[in-house]
Design a protein around this ligand. Structure first.
Ligand SMILES: CCCCCCCCCCCC(=O)SCCNC(=O)CCNC(=O)[C@H](O)C(C)(C)COP(=O)(O)OP(=O)(O)OC[C@H]1O[C@@H](n2cnc3c(N)ncnc32)[C@H](O)[C@@H]1OP(=O)(O)O
Length: 222
């Protein structure tokens, strides 16, 4: 885990530098050559799709390469989710130029990614695993880059396999002024769909490990 985190941290610094650098073409080409060397090192042994990385725990929903929370991901902020004393889950983040939409502000699709994850995590935190069936966002104000944000997700109601969830993004210094409001419907797929979707998913040892088994949601910090 330390090595995965070390590489992820280095890659995030590289990606951030690559989208904010003002160096010339010679330096860009030299950096590209270094990046290709690193890629060759990593390509020496790759896992096939459907086989989880050894550090993943699908029951606890620990995903080291998640594009939202993955400590090993080059593109994840990465968020750390916590149980929210007010209910549901929350995370804090300061997002950089990698995620820019309008100049100086967060790309709206990135808000969608983050809200999808927070809402899904809120359902899981309540013991209600499901896949996103519907996600709706209201963009009430632009989300600034480079300032601390607070992201929240909470369950509104549950009926059978369906869970209605909501969430928000706000600046940490103005948490009551909601910039993005999200609502979503998460559905635990019927058994035959679960089988069809995840029949070939295995852990690193080759054991069948579909998601959605009863979870202790330990990926959310207490
Ligand atoms: C903490 C750890 C961190 C870890 C946190 C990890 C968070 C991860 C968050 C990311 C999650 C994703 O990206 S998931 C990936 C994106 N999503 C997908 O690919 C899902 C694609 N869609 C599907 O496969 C399907 O539509 C399903 C599985 C969602 C539903 O199919 P189904 O199982 O046949 O369910 P179905 O019988 O149709 O519906 C069940 C009930 O839900 C209602 N329902 C279903 N869909 C909808 C809908 N769009 N809008 C309204 N209502 C709906 C139905 O009316 C019904 O209500 P009633 O009649 O019972 O009242």
């Amino acid at each position: 885990m330390a090595a995965v985190t070390e590489l992820g941290t280095a890659l995030r610094a590289l990606v951030d530098a690559s989208v904010s650098t003002a160096v010339g073409p010679e330096e860009l080409r030299a950096a590209a050559a270094e990046a290709r060397r690193a890629t060759a090192l990593l390509e020496a042994d790759r896992r096939p799709p459907g086989r989880l990385p050894p550090l993943d725990d699908p029951v606890a929903f620990r995903r080291v390469y998640s594009p939202v929370t993955g400590v090993g991901s080059a593109v994840a902020p990465p968020l750390t989710l916590r149980g929210d004393p007010a209910g549901g889950v929350r995370a804090e983040a300061t997002l950089g130029l990698l995620y820019e939409g309008p100049p100086g502000y967060l790309h709206g699709g990135m808000s969608g990614l983050l809200m999808d994850h927070l809402l899904g995590a809120a359902a899981i935190h309540a013991g209600l695993w499901g896949m996103t069936a519907h996600l709706e966002l209201d963009y009430r104000g632009p989300v600034p880059l480079g300032v601390p944000l607070v992201l929240r997700g909470w369950v509104e109601r549950n009926a059978g396999r369906r869970t209605d969830v909501a969430g928000s993004i706000a600046a940490a210094d103005a948490p009551d002024r909601v910039l993005v409001q999200a609502t979503g419907i998460f559905v635990t797929p019927r058994a035959e769909k679960m089988d069809a979707y995840f029949a070939t998913v295995t852990d690193a040892a080759g054991r069948h490990t579909p998601p959605g088994r009863p979870t202790d949601a330990t990926a959310v910090q207490p």
